[in-house]
Design a binder for this molecule. Structure first.
Ligand SMILES: [Zn+2]
Length: 183
């Protein structure tokens, strides 16, 4: 049965690597997948999904106005979405409907919370609607499980306020455990 999946993790957890591995698995069975990533994320070139292991694939992009239900999914065995924290609540509803009315599994990979410790709206809706939720584990520098993010400026100073989305300075984000987040 097709359903909506949410695979969430902190940054640098290998989310994109897992996404590309799933794409590979489908294709090794001669099935076609559809890859999407957020148009907002142009670190590696628009419409690319890049893993830490330097595997890269082209992907379609979605912005805030993209309608997932307007696309044609004939022959598509699975829809894979990277940077799913950037989905709007409406888009998460569209993807949930897509899985259950057109019987295409939709697997979303993304972050849960931002550097302020607040949920991304897309992630909050995925946590509400996805039937299958799994955490991809990654480790804080202290050895505990990392579940949150902190952001630092160029001098290493912690930044606790500001806009939720600042693309392109990923090196200044660090995945940490909750204890280190509140330290
Ligand atoms: Zn820690």
């Amino acid at each position: 049965m097709a359903k909506l999946f949410f695979r969430h993790a902190a940054m640098n957890s290998g989310k994109s690597t897992q996404l590309l591995q799933i794409a590979n698995n489908y294709e090794s069975m001669a099935k076609t997948v559809r890859l999407y990533t957020a148009a907002i994320d142009d670190r590696f070139g628009v419409g690319k999904i890049t893993s830490r292991l330097n595997i890269q694939r082209d992907a379609l992009t979605y912005d805030d106005h993209f309608d997932f239900l307007a696309a044609d999914y004939a022959g598509i065995a699975c829809v894979l979405i990277d940077e799913a924290q950037f989905l709007t609540p409406t888009q998460v509803q569209q993807l949930h409907r897509l899985a259950h009315t057109r019987h295409v599994p939709v697997i979303c990979f993304g972050l849960r919370s931002d550097f302020r410790g607040e949920p991304f709206p897309g992630a909050a809706w995925l946590l509400a609607l996805a039937e299958d939720i799994e955490e991809i584990k990654t480790i804080c520098h202290c050895g505990r499980k990392a579940t949150m993010h902190i952001r630092r400026d160029g001098n290493g100073q912690r930044i606790k306020e500001g806009p939720q989305v600042v693309i392109g300075d990923e090196a200044r984000y660090h995945a940490v455990c909750a204890r280190c987040f509140y330290a």
